[in-house]
Design a binder for this molecule. Structure first.
Ligand code: ADP
Ligand code: MG
Length: 249
C-alpha cells in the first residue's frame, strides 16, 4: 500500500530523516517509534505531503505522491491526526465530523456551508452518517457540544472520528494516546484495531509502548533520523540497538 524509499529530509543543517525505507502492507497496523526528535512526525508530514522530501520517493497504491500538494493526497485515501490536536474548537462535535465527510465527498466550500446551514436535501443523509461515525467512536451523546468543551480524551477521539469520516484507505495516527489515562489508552487501542478491522490500514506514531506492542504487526524504529530496526513487537523488544537508543546510551 505504502512504500517509503530512501527518504531524506533536511531542515537547513538538521537531518530529520536519513535514507529511511519501509513499507506498509494493506490491512496492517504498523508502528513508527523512536525517541523525541527521531523524525517520526516529519515522516508523517511527508506522507501527507505537508513537506516534500529532500531526496527519495513515496509511493501510495502504485502512485508517486511525494511531489503532490497535500490537497491532492487526501482524496487518494490518506488521512491523519496531529500530535497537537487540530479540531475546529468553535464547531460542535457533529459538525467536525461533517467537515471530514465533506473532504471525502470533495464538494466545494460553499457546498459544505450550505450543508451545515441545512439548505440541502442531502443534509439529513450526511447528518445521519455523521451520527453513525460518532456512535462508532462512542461520542454520540456529545454530538451538539462545542469541541472546545471536550476533555483531552474526547478531543482525541473526535479527531480520530473526523479522520475516519474521510473514508481513508491509510490512516496516520500521530501520538493519538498522548495524555490519556490507562483506561482511555486501552479503549484507544481497541478502537484502532476496530478501525483496522473495518478495512483501514494504519500507521501509528506512539510513545505508549504497551499500546504499540499490543496492536502493531510490524514496528519501525527511528533514532536521530535513521531507521535502526524493523520487526515484530517481540523482535523490537529484544533488539540491542533499540534498547540502547531508548536508554540514551
Ligand atoms: P519526532 O516526531 O520523532 O519527535 P520530528 O519529526 O518532530 O521528531 O523532528 C525531527 C527533527 O527535525 C528535530 O530535530 C526537529 O527539531 C526537526 N524539525 C522538524 N520539523 C522541523 C521544521 N519545520 N523546521 C526545522 N526543523 C524541524
Ligand atoms: Mg512527533
Amino acid at each position: 500500500m505504502l512504500k517509503i524509499d530512501s527518504i531524506t529530509k533536511k531542515f537547513g543543517g538538521i537531518v530529520a530523516n536519513n535514507e529511511v525505507s519501509f513499507t506498509v502492507e494493506d490491512g496492517q497496523i504498523v508502528g513508527l517509534i523512536g525517541p523525541n526528535g527521531a523524525g517520526k512526525s516529519t515522516m508523517f508530514n511527508m506522507i501527507s505531503s505537508i513537506y516534500q522530501p529532500t531526496t527519495g520517493s513515496i509511493t501510495f497504491l502504485g502512485n508517486r505522491i511525494d511531489k503532490l500538494p497535500a490537497y491532492q493526497v487526501a482524496p487518494l485515501g490518506i488521512s491523519r491526526t496531529f500530535q497537537n490536536i487540530q479540531v475546529f474548537k468553535s464547531m460542535t462535535v457533529i459538525e467536525n465530523v461533517m467537515v471530514g465527510q465533506h473532504m471525502q465527498t470533495k464538494t466545494n466550500f460553499s457546498g459544505m456551508v450550505s450543508l451545515l446551514l441545512g439548505s440541502r436535501s442531502e443534509e439529513k443523509l450526511v447528518y445521519d452518517k455523521a451520527m453513525s461515525y460518532l456512535e462508532f467512536f462512542g461520542l454520540e451523546n456529545l454530538f451538539d457540544q462545542k469541541a472546545a468543551s471536550l476533555s483531552l480524551g474526547k478531543l482525541r477521539l473526535l479527531e480520530f472520528a473526523r479522520a475516519f469520516a474521510t473514508q481513508p484507505k491509510l490512516l496516520l495516527l500521530d501520538e493519538i494516546a498522548a495524555g490519556l489515562n490507562h483506561k482511555e489508552t486501552l479503549e484507544m487501542s481497541e478502537l484502532i484495531t476496530k478501525v483496522r478491522d473495518s478495512g483501514v490500514t494504519i500507521l501509528v506514531v506512539e510513545h505508549d509502548m504497551d499500546l504499540v506492542m499490543r496492536i502493531c504487526e510490524k514496528i519501525i524504529v527511528l533514532d536521530q533520523g535513521t531507521k535502526i530496526a524493523e520487526g515484530t513487537p517481540k523482535e523490537i523488544q529484544e533488539n540491542e540497538a533499540v534498547i540502547t537508543a531508548y536508554l540514551g546510551a
